[in-house]
Design a protein around this ligand. Sequence first.
Ligand code: ZN
Length: 266
Amino acid sequence: MPEGHIIHRLARHIRRSMGDEPVVVSSPQGRFAGSAALLNGQRVSRTAAWGKDLFVFWEAGEILHVHLGLIGKFRVVRAPGPDPRDTIRLRLEGGGAEADVWDLTGPMRCELITPQEQRAITSALGADPLRPNADVAGARTRFLSTKRPVAAALLDQRIIAGIGNVYRAELLFRAGIHPEVPAAALSEADFDSLWNDTVRLMRIGARLGNIVTTEPDEIGRTPGRMKPDDRLYVYKQQRCRRCGTDIAIAEVAGRNCYFCPTCQTR
Ligand SMILES: [Zn+2]
C-alpha cells in the first residue's frame, strides 16, 4: 500500500501536469463515466493530500476523492498514453506544460464529494506529518492514551495519518522500541522524538519517491544514491543491519511488523 509520502507526491505532480488548461477526463472502464463527464473540460484549481487520501479540486466546485487502498495505482504515462484498458477507472489528460496522461487503476475510493464530505473525511484523520500546522498535540494525546501496542497506534490513521507498514517498522527500529510495547507506556518525550523522526523520514520519502530510513553515515551513501537493499533497516530484511541478529516478525494490527529482537527492547 502506498504510504503518505507517495500521496503527497501525487498531489504535487498532478497539480503541475494539469496546469491551468482544461483537462480531458474519462473513465475507460466505465465505472466512473458519469462523474468523469461532469469534470471533463474543467480546470484543476488545486490538489491536496491528507495521509493516504488525495483530493483534486475543480473549478466548478467538484472535489474528486481518491484513496488507493491496497492495490490502487495512479500512474503517469507520457502523452498520448497507451490504449485505454478495462481496468482504468479514471484517466486525466492534462493541458499543462508536461501534458501528462494519468491513469487510475484499482482504487479503494474514487468519488466526487461535497466540501462537507471532504471536511468529514479530514476531520476523522489524525495529524499528517507532511502537512504544515499538523496537530501534534492532538496526536500525542491520542497516541499516549491507547493501551494498544505502539505498532498498532502508528498504523491508526485517526492518530497519525500517512504511516504504513514500512514506515512503522523502520520508525520503531530507529527508536529502539519493541513493536508490542503499549503506546501508553511511552513518555511525551518518546512520542515527540518518534513524531520528529516521522516528519524527517517522510519528507525524505516525499522528495525521493522511495522510503529511505537508513542513515547515510551507516551505509556510506547519500539517500538519493542508495541501492534498494540499503534503504531499510528491518522491513523484509533477513538480519539486523546493526547487530546481525535475525529479524523477527510480530503480527500487530493484522499485519507483519518486522523488528530486531536485540536492538528493540520492551
Ligand atoms: Zn539489531
